[in-house]
Design a protein around this ligand. Structure first.
Ligand code: KIV
Length: 286
């Protein structure tokens, strides 16, 4: 007997990097979501999500910030540790925050290793072909990497806002070249964000690695959404690609309003929700 009999059954076994590639070969969609804490990570994992990303969107949806640029390595590591404890099956990927891979290979590999030590199985970084040397350095350090091209939120300052990318012919060709360069450098998956579906479809067909779309149409090999957008917990107008799958804001607000009303009218806690003194002491108190 090998130690295999101690592994969970295949339906609950962890998703691995090679398994992501095999899913593309089998034509199976990759279901991906962001997570930032234990409770939601557990729910996502129990729901069968394949890939969970501790995204730097954490700065906006958890921290209420305007953009992702001020997210730190320390914040990413803390969130990753919380999420890790809730995940048994999904492949856990961590975003490299702005500034954590901008000072050369040594700094990039050191920061990626911090994320791996905190529980990530892979890291994600934004940018096109010019990131290929960094990406290769990470792969050589045996750190699996997801690339991210198109609308890259960390490029907010040079791009002057969040704009759909690749609408013009030259820009579309550049994005296809970016995708090939990152796949060639060893990325095992590629996030395609904010681009025409036709372009995302072309890139998806050209690559052997899976593409994961967000605002990039249905032809991608998988889809990802920011959890708080899907649940209506983002408190911001949403772009057209976001579908609200539940109104958690209404659910939570309703529960809190009920709680407040019950406390104010003296209906909470009830006698059944209270501890009682032992019978003789009760008698003595009365
Ligand atoms: O930070 C994030 O949440 C992301 C995804 C939505 C792709 O990068």
């Amino acid at each position: 007997m090998t130690s295999d009999n101690r592994l969970p059954s295949s339906s609950t076994a962890s998703i691995t990097v090679p398994e992501c590639l095999e899913k593309k070969q089998r034509g199976e969609k990759l279901v991906c979501l962001t997570a930032y804490d234990y409770a939601f990570a557990r729910l996502a994992d129990d729901s069968g999500v394949d890939l969970l990303l501790v995204g730097d969107s954490l700065g906006m949806v958890m921290g209420g910030r305007e953009n992702t640029l001020t997210v730190t390595m320390r914040e990413m590591v803390t969130a990753l540790r919380w999420v890790r404890r809730g995940v048994h099956r999904a492949l856990l990927v961590a975003d490299m925050p702005y500034g954590s891979y901008h000072l050369g290979r040594r700094q990039t590999v050191a920061n990626a290793l911090r994320l791996i030590r905190a529980g990530a199985a892979a890291v994600k970084l934004e940018g096109g072909a010019r990131r290929a040397p960094l990406l290769r350095a990470l792969v050589e350090a045996e750190i699996p990497v997801v690339g991210h091209i198109g609308l890259t939120p960390q490029s907010l300052l040079p791009q002057g806002g969040y704009h759909v990318q690749g609408r013009e012919h030259a820009a579309a060709l550049q994005l296809q070249a970016d995708a090939r360069a990152l796949a060639g450098a060893g990325a095992f998956a590629l996030v395609l964000e904010g681009m025409p579906r036709e372009l995302a479809g072309r890139i998806t067909r050209q690559l052997a690695i899976p593409t994961i779309g967000i605002g990039a149409g249905p032809e991608c090999d998988g889809q990802i959404l920011v959890l708080h957008d899907l649940l209506n917990l983002s408190f911001a107008p949403q772009p057209k690609f976001v579908r609200r799958f539940a109104d958690a804001a209404a659910l939570v607000r309703g529960a809190m309003e009920n709680y407040a009303a019950e406390v104010r009218r003296g209906g909470f806690p009830s006698d059944a929700e209270s501890y009682h003194a032992p019978v003789p002491a009760r008698a003595a108190n009365s």
